[in-house]
Design a protein around this ligand. Structure first.
Ligand code: FAD
Length: 285
C-alpha cells in the first residue's frame, strides 16, 4: 500500500523506529514493535544510517520484519548525500525486490568524517532521479522551525516546494514542542502552493540527556510551559518521564483536534513511550 492513499479517508498514525545496532539481535526490537502494532498504525518508518554506515542493511531487514511479521506498512528512510547513482540504484533494487513501496527521501546530515559524493546534493535530486525508474511513493522531510542550514524561511519554503514538485507526496516534520510553530508552518506551506499531507513529528522528552542533545541539534524552540517542566524535573528521572509524556500527549491531542493530517511519533525504540502514547490516544484517533 502506498502511504499517499491513506489521506483521502483518514488521518494517519505512524511511528519512527531505528534499527538495533549490528552487534545486537534484530529481535531486540520485538517488544517495542509488539506494543506499536497493538495501536494499529498506518505505517512505521525505519531510519537509515547516513554515509556508508553498516547499519543500512539493517534498515531493510527491519522494514521486511515490519511488513512480513507484523503486517504493517514500512517506510524506509533513504539518504543520498554520501552515495552515487549506482549505490542508490542498488538500494532501490533491493527495496523493490522486497516489495517495499514507500521511501522517505532524505539528503542526510553532513558528516565531516564521511566524504560526500557528487550525484545528489538535495533530497529533491534523489526523488527526481528515482521517480521515473521506480514505482515508489516518496515522502519528504520538512522543518516547521527551518532546517539548521537554511538561509531564510522564504528560500526554505521554495526548496520544500521543489521537493514536492519533484514528487514528494507526503511530508513528515522534524520534531517541535510548540504547536503554534507547526500550525503557522502549515499555513505558510499552503500559501506556497504545497498541498500534500504534512504530518507533525512528535518526540516525547523523557530524559535530561535527550534535552541537551536536542537543544544543540535540531533548533526547536522550547515554550515557557515546557521549560518549566524540564527545569522542575530534570533531576528526577521518573517525574521527568511522566511530565514529558503528558506534555507530548497534550501536544498530540491539540494537533488531533485541529485540522492536521496525522501524527508521527518518534518512539526512540522505547516500548514504554509507545505504550503510554497508545493508551493516551486509543479512543481519540
Ligand atoms: P533537503 O531537503 O535536501 O534540505 C536540506 C537543506 O538544503 C535545507 O536547508 C534546504 O532548504 C536546502 N535545499 C534544498 N534544496 C535546495 C536547492 N535546490 N538549493 C539550495 N538549497 C537547497 N537523517 C539520517 O541520516 N537518517 C534518517 O533516517 C533520517 N530521518 C529523518 C526523518 C525526518 C522526519 C526528518 C525531519 C529528518 C531525518 N533525518 C535523517 C535528518 C536529515 O537527513 C537532515 O535533517 C538533513 O540535514 C536534511 O535532509 P533533507 O532531506 O531535509 O534535505
Amino acid at each position: 500500500m502506498k502511504i499517499s492513499d491513506i489521506y483521502s479517508e483518514k488521518k494517519s498514525l505512524s511511528f519512527e523506529i531505528f534499527p538495533p545496532k549490528k552487534t545486537e539481535d534484530l529481535e531486540n526490537i520485538d517488544e517495542t514493535l509488539a506494543v506499536l502494532c497493538e495501536c494499529d498504525p498506518d505505517f512505521i518508518s525505519v531510519t537509515f544510517g547516513a554515509g556508508g554506515s553498516s547499519n543500512c542493511n539493517r534498515t531493510i531487514e527491519l522494514a521486511k520484519k515490519i511488513k512480513n511479521q507484523y503486517h504493517v506498512e514500512p517506510v524506509v528512510h533513504l539518504t543520498c548525500l554520501h552515495y552515487d547513482k549506482k549505490e542508490i540504484d542498488e538500494f532501490a533494487r533491493v527495496l523493490t525486490e522486497e516489495g517495499i513501496q514507500n521511501v522517505l527521501a532524505l539528503r542526510g546530515d553532513r558528516n565531516p568524517d564521511i566524504p560526500e559524493k557528487e550525484d545528489f546534493k538535495h533530497a529533491s535530486d534523489l526523488i527526481r532521479y528515482l521517480k521515473p525508474k521506480e514505482d515508489f511513493c516518496f515522502l519528504g522531510a520538512c522543518y516547521p522551525e527551518c532546517h539548521p542550514e537554511s538561509e531564510n524561511k522564504i528560500r526554505e519554503m521554495r526548496h520544500l516546494r521543489e521537493k514536492v514538485d519533484a514528487g514528494a507526496e507526503v511530508l513528515l516534520s522534524q520534531l517541535f514542542f510548540d504547536n503554534e510553530q507547526f500550525f503557522k508552518f502549515v499555513e505558510d506551506c499552503r500559501i506556497a502552493g504545497i498541498q500534500v499531507p504534512i504530518i507533525p513529528g512528535i518526540m516525547p522528552v523523557i530524559n535530561a540527556r535527550q534535552i541537551k542533545r536536542m537543544v544543540t541539534m535540531c533548533g526547536a524552540s522550547f515554550p515557557e510551559r515546557f521549560q518549566r517542566i524540564i527545569h522542575k524535573y530534570e533531576d528526577n528521572k521518573k517525574a521527568l518521564f511522566d511530565a514529558g509524556m503528558s506534555y507530548a500527549l497534550s501536544q498530540i491531542i491539540d494537533l488531533l483536534v485541529s485540522d492536521i493530517d496525522g501524527i508521527h511519533l518518534y518512539t526512540m525504540n522505547n516500548p514504554l513511550v509507545a505504550r503510554r502514547i497508545c493508551d493516551g490516544i486509543r479512543n481519540i484517533i
